[in-house]
Design a binder for this molecule. Sequence first.
Ligand code: IPT
Length: 925
Amino acid sequence: MRTLRTLLALLMVLGVAATPAAASERHDVAYDRYSLTVDGQRVLLWSGEFHYFRLPSPELWRDVLQKIKAAGFNGVSLYFHWGYHSPAPGVYDFSGVRDVDRLLRMTEETGLYVVARPGPYINAETTGGGLPAWLKTTEGRARSSDPTYTAAYREWLSRINPILARHQVTRGGSVIAYNVENEYAVNVDPLYMEQLQQKARADGIDVPITHNACCNADLANWSSGQGAVQIPGVDDYPNGFDCQNPDTWGAWGEGVTRRLRDDAPVYAAEYQAGAIDGANAGYEGCRELTGPDFMKVYYKSNVIGSGATMFGYYMTFGGTNWGWLPQPNDVYTSYDYGSAITESRGLTAKYDEFKRQGLFMTTVAPLAKTDPGPAPVSADPAVFAQARVNPDTGTQFVLVRHADRKTSADVSTTLAWSTPDGAHQVPVRVGGRDAKILVAGYDLGGQRLVWSNSEILTHVTVQGRDVAVLYGREGEQGSTVLRYSSKPRVRVLDGAVRSSFDGKDLKLDYTHSGLARVLVSGGGRPPVLLLLGTDQTAAEFWRLDTAKGPVLVRGTSLARSAAISGGRLELEADMDEAGEVETFAPVSRLVVGGRLVPARRTASGSLVGKLAGPRPVTLPVLSQWQYRAESPASGSGWTVADKTTTASPIKPKTLPVLYSDEYGFHHGNVWYRGTFTAGAEKTVSVNAITGRRGNYLVWLNGRYLGSAAGGTEADAEPVNPDPGRGDFAIPDGLLKPGSTATLSVLVTNMGHNDNWTADDVRFKQPRGLYGVTVGDARISWQIRGSRYDDVERGSLNTGGLYGELAGWHLPGSGGRWSQPPASMPAGVSWYRTTFGLDLPEDQDVPVAVRFGEQPDRKYRAFVFVNGWNVGHYMTGAPQRDFVVPTGVLRRSNTIVLAVVATEPGELAPVSLVALGNHRTSAHLR
Ligand code: IPT
């Protein structure tokens, strides 16, 4: 079965002329001030950011990569996460969900270039900013040339670099550039930057080296001097991160990428394509903040304003902070990011806008080499025009937008435009928050485009005929002018289009509405079919590469791949509902998902067929929950905690050192047990540092005393002497003077701070107990935390609840489970049930675990599905739906909730919900 699938995948790959040419061919990668080149051909690199570590299901990597490719991207930007692969010094894992070699093979099969970003530091709102937690216990400043840190990161690079090296374009693979470090902007050490690059070269990296400079490159940007990189890039998030006020525009500036080197392309390394949700507004607000109108105005302004030819859109698919992946300060389980592709892999209006822009960027070749040019003069100063020109072809690209880009005004005016083919008065209309890139003097296939005030989506040539899609907003006037040596024949197949010929130029006038079709032939040129659409109808098109050249598809919810064989077009496509599919390809038959589709030939020369939608599905109801309690006394396996020194720059308030990392417990919950000889103590005073939203619970002699919020101290300088303080009165009679008392504390640690400032005080901030005093008692301590023995799911999956150590979160764990109590007690409660899923093989149904509305919840819950920790439901975060990726989800499933309650109460109802239903020809399971 498996071999058959591999064979099928292989056959599919052979049919597809991937953008990075088929593996094993070697290519030259070079660059100049305009762009990257591959074998001397210019490449405008339009890439989207994707984090494989936020999708623990390799088959879904392919799904997301195909969706990225289908949106018109020709590249992906990939962080590689050191800490995700390394649970302990010298231990590295690249198997299963960590198999990045497989990931890179998929990028090659999908036809996407890769900008590889292995850090060592990546930020990315992930625990430690990608640095492994064990690094916190070492001496020497991280992100510097310190020898201890150097030895540590070389372990990582010695493993990841060879994998990246063998996948370089220069060796027939997909990796076209290599990014060192990440926004290395303050507390910088140029020797470190230089050594990272020397290491990359020594490990066989021969593609250009890049860097992403923070903050519009106002700080260190590595464009010159020691540590300079070949192609320095700029990170820019012009709309900021206030997802609560999605209408606020330009909070962080103009958004035009600076040129940093004269001899290298302008590189928008991370350009805002979503936002983190620090304000807990929910990601829909972030999606709106960075929605299609923002994309039109900012992305297009950036392209024409900066002349950038390398782009990385952060994020294109955000994914899930499953397990203990999140950094504590800005994110929760979902890393949806308000991106174009949702966490449940759904396509949004932002996806359509990416497609409109991406197909243009990767179709119109002269865009890869432009200089600023004279702009047409707008008759109305409210409309701003700016131009770039290709110095070889003369092709002009003109940005038109409102001078005040925030305005919602709808302005019509005229541009006095001196095009390569003569001076013209060009009418333009700019609706609210719109921007267009208009083209003049362009050899469109076999045609000569004099000018158009419609935007170009894409064009292909099928059997000697050009097929071009142009578009404008619904209701806007459009004109397209093409040059001929004699009067051509014009046939309007659909819609209302007027034409006139002045002896030289054919002018087509129309109103953008639906999809007009015009066939022009003769006039001394090959025939062309013009498809004149709107924003909406343009977004129904897909352009797919085949070994016989690109083809166009209209309709389907997603067209993943195409191959041509024996007069048949073989499509892989998805349908969200029944509908039409139309193809513009040199074939006479249409096969979708392996099935022949009855199709008729149209006047447009295309094939049209009908495709079925998905069948409705119902998900099982979760019932018959079983229960098991975990008490402070549960189980064994304690480690004596008696260290008196620590490498952490933050020294503890009381001894011994109780920081969990010091004892090798790096992720999640940690139990502490302190024993002392009781006297007349009145109060237990605790300090704990957990990171934002962490907390701890305290018991004395088995009696629950209460809980407190853990300290954060994210940036505090000087260090707060009293972080995460809780004082707990000791009830009368609980202590028996002279006898041994047992103090138990459960601490929920929220992941490790990032290290954006390259500053160990922030990064090495401890987790766990910082100090404990019970009168004058001398306390002997033990600690128990996460144990790394789950190679499949990795060290970030499980923490140190006793149930996690005993495997209660795994399917089929034995032991005594019983009927849940009527009320959930304070402390740790475990719930589990099983469910079957019988979904149609050819349907992709993204499933989430949903918690019912419960604003005043006094507990947090960790959601394990088949042992995978897919969610941390907690107070203070807006998330109630936890996406469970296919692959983690199977035919028979066990769901386990580990609940840590600070007060007795009721658990919100938990159910399964479908976040979509797509009929698909992809094999996602
Ligand atoms: C920049 C980082 O490079 C990236 O890893 C991620 O953290 C992103 O932005 C925000 O989501 S940090 C920059 C905005 C200061």
